[in-house]
Write a protein that binds this ligand. Structure first.
Ligand code: SAH
Length: 228
């Protein structure tokens, strides 16, 4: 997979992809993330990427020309399955969306800034608009990093233990059960006996029940219409 992220603040994206699991994905050649500075596609000495909103009002709007140049340059090199715009009015990001996107080959993610992008960018180029929640960030970079992380960790070979992504919260519509590691007892707090029993069927059963209990308590909405 290849993810191209377009931004006016590339430095915001330097951290997330150069460490840990996402770095390993890049090192193994499983997922490549390339960050593009929109200013490189801007005209004039000023390298202008934004301008006043027609009709007035506070806040600058990102112009269509630099964005169009950048997207067209990328598209001339390869085919893209999706051109995503991060936006608070997009569809709320979810595990099922991450699952779907993890099957794609090439994705562009456009990060907005200021008041967002000229509406015509959305009409002309964008195939999908994603919000990471009902709050407003100052730019799309952190949101793009969230989406890219959630997608990349699902690609086979990225996580060490292949089954580990499948047992995370939301994958089966349930929250994950509690987890424990050594020591078996800490200041009188004991790990549930069954987890030390070595009896795999009983352990699985305990985990399933703990998942259901936790989901009932914290996210009953996930259980509605579900048969357990
Ligand atoms: N004026 C816009 C908000 C602009 S915020 C509005 O009211 O809808 C600037 C940029 O940050 C947006 O263009 C978008 O790319 C990004 N952004 C802000 N909040 C976001 C969210 N919840 N999810 C995804 N991207 C977001």
């Amino acid at each position: 997979m290849r993810i191209d992220i377009i931004t006016v603040v590339p430095a915001l994206l330097e951290g997330p992809f150069s460490h840990s699991i996402l770095k390993r994905a890049e090192d193994k050649g499983i997922a490549t993330v390339r960050v593009h500075n929109l200013r490189d596609y801007a005209g004039g000495k000023q390298k202008q990427v934004d301008d006043y909103a027609f009709g007035g009002g506070a806040g600058m709007v990102m112009m269509i020309e630099p964005i169009a140049k950048c997207i067209e340059a990328l598209k001339s090199e390869r085919e893209y399955d999706e051109v995503i715009y991060m936006s608070p009015d997009g569809k709320t990001f979810s595990q099922s969306m991450a699952n779907e996107l993890s099957l794609r080959q090439n994705i562009i993610i456009l990060c907005g800034h200021y008041k967002g992008v000229d509406e015509r960018v959305r009409e002309k180029f964008i195939t999908r608009e994603i919000s990471i929640g009902d709050y407003v960030l100052s730019g799309g970079e952190l949101a793009a990093a969230v989406v890219a992380d959630a997608i990349i960790r699902l690609i086979p070979g990225v996580l060490n233990d292949e089954t580990s992504a499948l047992t995370d919260s939301f994958q089966d519509g349930l929250l994950a059960p509690p987890v424990y590691t050594r020591p078996a007892e800490y200041q009188g707090m004991k790990v549930p006996e069954v987890l030390l029993s070595g009896h795999q069927a009983k352990i699985e059963n305990w985990r399933f029940e703990a998942s259901v209990r936790r989901t009932k308590e914290r996210r009953p909405d996930l259980l509605s219409g579900k048969e357990l």
